[in-house]
Ligand binder design. Structure first.
Ligand code: PEP
Ligand code: MN
Length: 263
């Protein structure tokens, strides 16, 4: 079902006034984790002031250590919805279990399946049984075959609104958090009809090469970019090192638009 051979035209996914796929680009920004209303409001105001209307923010966080901040859970999703309603934004947030899905659905617009859960088949089937758009992240060590088959699980359960996002894979390279597999972009565009996005934050894990990586992604045919942004990254409860502040976000966004690659 994901294959271009089955459906030759691009799948276009519309969520409120956001359009994924079909030739136009999207920028998704927002914090790694939802931390407070004030944090979300500061970020939402900055984003809206420059016309960016799709906000990410994790509330159920898949942390490597059980002792790290695990997210605000449903309370966090309620905050995200409250602020998104105030600022008229489209929201994306991760869920990790089928049981979270039911309660989460009314608070968010797009469900994120994180890299660690790309092969959680019960979860894939559960989101496949909803009619909500799903942002599926590539697994930490997933081949493209495994990635598209994970998308196939969602589609085979009846949900055609799947967005693919490359977020870097684990290699021996240590200068970046993961290795951004730019070749995944044209390959996924060629082999599937689904929108393909690139998460420049989790793939690189660093702030200084976000813009060139985002440009490379668009040049390679990506339908959009995700970047982690926080009003005060040093104080962030997760991924503090890779999140950019509001001024850095403005210059990233300006650079991307100024490149002429962003349509
Ligand atoms: C995230 O986007 O917050 C996240 C945890 O990313 P990933 O699943 O790609 O590691
Ligand atoms: Mn993160």
């Amino acid at each position: 079902l994901v294959s271009r051979q089955t459906k030759s035209e691009d799948t276009i996914i519309r969520v409120k006034n956001a359009v994924f796929g079909g030739g136009s680009h999207v920028l998704i920004a927002g914090p790694c984790s939802v931390e407070s209303r004030e944090q979300l409001r500061a970020m939402a105001a900055a984003m809206k002031s420059v016309g960016v209307g799709i906000m990410r923010g994790g509330a159920f966080k898949p942390r490597t250590s059980p002792y790290d901040f695990q997210g605000l859970g449903l309370e966090g999703l309620k905050m995200l919805k409250e602020v998104a309603d105030e600022y008229d934004m489209v929201t994306i947030s991760e869920i990790m279990t089928p049981s979270q899905l039911e309660s989460a659905a009314e608070y968010i617009d797009i469900i994120q399946i994180g890299a660690r859960n790309m092969q959680n088949y019960d979860l894939l089937k559960a989101v496949g049984q909803t009619n909500m758009p799903v942002l599926l992240k590539r697994g930490i060590a997933a081949t493209l075959d495994e990635f598209v088959l994970a998308a196939e699980y969602i589609m085979a359960s009846g949900n055609e609104q799947v967005l693919l996002i490359e977020r870097g894979i684990r290699t021996y390279e240590k200068w970046t958090r993961n290795t951004l597999d730019i070749s995944a972009v044209p390959l996924l565009k060629q082999e599937t009809h689904l929108p393909v996005l690139v998460d420049v934050s989790h793939s690189t894990g660093r702030k200084d090469i976000l813009l060139p990586c985002a440009k490379a992604a668009l040049a390679a045919g990506a339908d959009g970019i995700m970047v982690e942004t926080h009003p005060n990254p040093q104080a962030a409860l997760s991924d503090a090192a890779q999140q950019i502040n509001i001024d850095e976000f403005y210059s990233f966004w300006g650079g991307l638009r100024g490149s002429g690659l962003y349509k």
